[in-house]
Design a protein around this ligand. Structure first.
Ligand SMILES: *Cc1c(COP(=O)(O)O)cnc(C)c1O
Length: 416
């Protein structure tokens, strides 16, 4: 919606993408402020009137400008590392509205989170509870905790991004949860404040999400009967978006389903969407370097690669690729695999696409706002892309392109 052709050129809001490429170069991530606000607004509207917290999952896109924008809208944050906590604080986000998730929190990270005063540590094992108790005792504070419980429902998504089933590394087993809560409730160094779950990513229908809510509520009620009262119920993220032709249920359908399950309950409802907030708000801008016709395939070699956007290589993900110059009707568009310069056969951004493109042309890889830049690497000693945030007719460089020298600062050659 915020990415559309105007006078024959693909624009982000009012800014033509060729103008961004001219000023910042390629590859470059481009985000639309309006798109992020619109997506966040869908959650905020669906939850209005209910005590709730939208804890944006920072791992989807952790640029400071994105975090700062969401903080201004009133978002809280879901983080999975001390690094993400540092980003939230640097961007002006509120640690007291921040949940710390993840299976492998180090002692240092737990200390950092408690000193910052986070809303809650989402515990994923008994061993982690013991570690939090020890750190809290050492600091002389009471640590707010919840368990991430595995509700054992199938989110009906890709196995790599499904997280709520029994065989998964995430969360504590549903059957174990009561024992762990009782154990935690006996520790003076922790305060049990909530319960969480997250069943996977890219959910298209609300069914599994609502089932998980019901399972979590049933557990909450059992805990209540044992005298353990919770302040919040966190149902996670994982709301699907359209990459190709998927038709995810509207956010309101997920939220209304959960609100129905939780009717009459006083706990604060927490959601932690990542992809649904930023996914459609970003595009990766790249330039065609070469056309390489082959015996069985034609390749379009572009200047962005798997190190910039790994989703196609990692998940076989499909991203729409749009030419920045609007294609003329009737122009022949040969079929290409769109590949980058990295030395791996998995280095492709898209396969078998009909595009009319010549060397020097710009392409936009769409729906790249989530799990794009954050998963980028320096493989092949490629500097990471610049990031730009468009706001109406203005553009802000929100991350400068890495310089080559940045890539080996910190390295040294021994004096043999
Ligand atoms: C990754 C993650 C999310 C966000 O998932 P999306 O698919 O981006 O919405 C939310 N909560 C937890 C605990 C996560 O691990």
């Amino acid at each position: 919606m915020e990415f559309a052709y105007r006078q024959g050129v693909l624009c982000a809001e009012q800014v033509p993408l060729d103008e961004i490429a001219r000023r910042v170069g390629t590859p470059c991530y481009v985000y639309s402020r309006a798109a992020i606000e619109r997506a966040y607004g869908e959650f905020a509207r669906a939850l209005s009137g209910r005590r709730a917290l939208i804890a944006y999952s920072v791992k989807a896109n952790s640029n400071l400008a994105v975090i700062a924008l969401l903080a201004r809208l009133g978002a809280g944050f879901d983080i999975v590392s001390g690094g993400e906590l540092a980003r939230v604080r640097a961007a002006g986000g509120d640690p007291r509205r921040t949940l710390f998730s993840g299976v492998g929190k180090t002692e240092g990270e737990i200390r950092q989170a408690l000193e910052a005063g986070v809303l809650c540590l989402n515990l994923e094992s008994e061993a982690e509870l013991a570690r939090v108790v020890a750190v809290a005792a050492h600091l002389g504070v009471r640590a707010p905790v919840a368990f991430r419980v595995n509700p054992d429902v199938d989110a009906k998504t890709h196995p790599y991004i499904s997280t709520g089933m029994r065989q998964n590394k995430f969360g504590v087993a549903y059957a174990e949860a009561e024992r762990l809560y009782a154990l935690a409730a006996r520790q003076p160094q922790v305060q049990v404040v909530g319960i969480g779950c997250h069943i996977g990513s890219l959910m298209l229908g609300a069914g599994p999400f609502v089932d998980a809510a019901a399972r979590i509520l049933a557990l909450t009620q059992r805990l209540e009967r044992e005298g353990i009262r919770l302040a919040h119920i966190d149902l996670g993220g994982g709301f699907g978006i359209r990459y190709r032709d998927e038709a995810p249920a509207p956010i309101a359908e997920f939220v209304d389903g959960a609100l129905g399950v939780l009717a009459g309950r006083n706990e604060t409802l927490i959601l932690d969407p990542g992809r649904a907030v930023v996914g459609n708000a970003g595009a990766l801008l790249t330039r065609v370097e070469y056309l390489k016709p082959g015996e069985s395939k034609n390749f379009l070699v572009v200047d962005a690669a798997m190190n910039d956007l790994i989703r196609p290589a990692l998940y076989d993900a499909w991203h729409e690729v749009r030419p920045v110059r609007e294609p003329q009707a009737g122009v022949r568009a040969p079929v290409f695999d769109i590949v980058g310069p990295v030395c791996e056969s998995a280095d492709f951004l898209a396969r078998e696409r009909a595009v009319a493109a010549a060397p020097g042309d710009l392409l936009a890889v769409m729906t790249a706002g989530a799990y794009g830049m954050v998963m980028s690497s320096n493989y092949n000693t490629r500097p990471r892309a610049a990031e730009v945030m468009v706001d109406g007719s203005r553009m802000h460089v929100v991350r400068q392109r890495e310089r080559l020298a940045d890539l080996y600062t910190g390295e040294s050659i021994p004096s043999w």
